[in-house]
Design a protein around this ligand. Structure first.
Ligand code: SF4
Ligand code: SF4
Length: 292
């Protein structure tokens, strides 16, 4: 089984649109949306949820008002200012609680519970391109890196159970914790970049990350025609570092047109853009060692 992840140095490069198109072109795969902080692959794939699981990570303090005698010790000990007197008694602000457990340990009335923190939900869904493993973190919830690991594990198990030979992942943008978790175990990362100085800088950072984790990297330059000089610089960078440039995709309103219809661009009638994408996907399959 191979694992391919589509990444970008920042959001808004067209990463998810291209992942959706690759999900259409790939045969025999499980799709996985690892962009857990801002998932949007579901907007293109319109999944039907078949399994729903809760995601818990870390712990949070919760004061039992029946047991609390109002001494205020917990509020004075909490370094994060998470415990306040609200008129009805002392209460924990879950957005501020870091789960350090100090208040729990020192409460003289043993009035503070310490349950697991409910951070979000994850799903296995059916889509027109095959099964999708995805998630939704609650606003402000952390530990997206751990959720990424949960999703990857589920996607791998599902692929194994179905005899699928590919897990195709939409990664998080940037170089933070979710991306690092996403890269673990991937056979190929495909970075989608735009021809701007910041796009090139972001690509260099993503490339450094892939090098560090020894993940093979290939590059797609999206909207290459908006800035031919920057495109040339990105190509030189890729040549110097031996990263294959899989495609130079033009700025094409077809992508938005497809999105408005809830489709991916390769579902529209054949175009130069979709032909270029099909070629890119063939090269991705070859680089990832699919079909050998
Ligand atoms: S330390 Fe315990 S008893 Fe005192 S205010 Fe906090 S929760 Fe209530
Ligand atoms: S667990 Fe730590 S951070 Fe959370 S309320 Fe208690 S002392 Fe504050």
């Amino acid at each position: 089984m191979r694992e391919i992840i589509i990444i970008s140095g920042k959001g808004g490069t067209g990463k998810t649109s291209l992942t959706g198109a690759f999900a259409h072109l790939a045969s025999d795969k499980v799709i996985c949306d690892l962009d857990v902080d801002a998932p949007d692959l579901h907007l293109l794939l319109q999944p039907t949820k078949e399994r729903l699981e809760q995601f818990y990570s870390g712990h949070e303090a919760r004061i039992d008002g029946e047991k609390c005698d109002g001494c205020g010790l917990c509020a004075s000990l909490c370094q994060y200012g998470a415990i306040r007197e609200n008129g009805a008694g002392f209460a924990v602000d879950p957005r501020r609680c870091e789960g350090c457990k100090v208040c729990v340990a020192f409460c003289p009335a043993a009035a503070i519970e310490f349950p697991e923190k409910h951070c979000g939900q994850w799903y296995v869904s059916a889509t027109r391109f095959g099964p999708l493993v995805h998630a939704q973190l609650f606003p402000g919830a952390e530990n997206s890196g751990r959720l990424v690991m949960v999703l990857k594990q589920q996607a791998r198990e599902l692929a194994k159970a179905r005899g699928a030979d590919l897990v195709l992942c939409d990664g998080a943008p940037g170089i933070g914790c979710p991306v690092i978790s996403s890269l673990s175990g991937a056979h190929l990362a495909v970075a989608v970049t735009e021809p701007t100085p910041s796009g090139r800088h972001d690509l260099e950072r993503v490339a450094a990350l892939c090098r560090h984790f020894q993940t093979a990297l290939a590059v797609i330059i999206n909207k290459y025609d908006l800035n031919p000089d920057e495109t040339a610089r990105i190509v030189v960078f890729c040549q110097d570092e031996s990263y294959p440039v899989l495609a130079r995709l033009p700025h094409d309103p077809l992508v938005t047109k497809a999105m408005i219809q809830g489709l991916v661009v390769t579902e529209l009638p054949e175009s130069d853009f979709s032909r270029e994408l099909r070629q890119a996907w063939s090269r991705i399959e070859a680089l990832a060692g699919l079909g050998r």
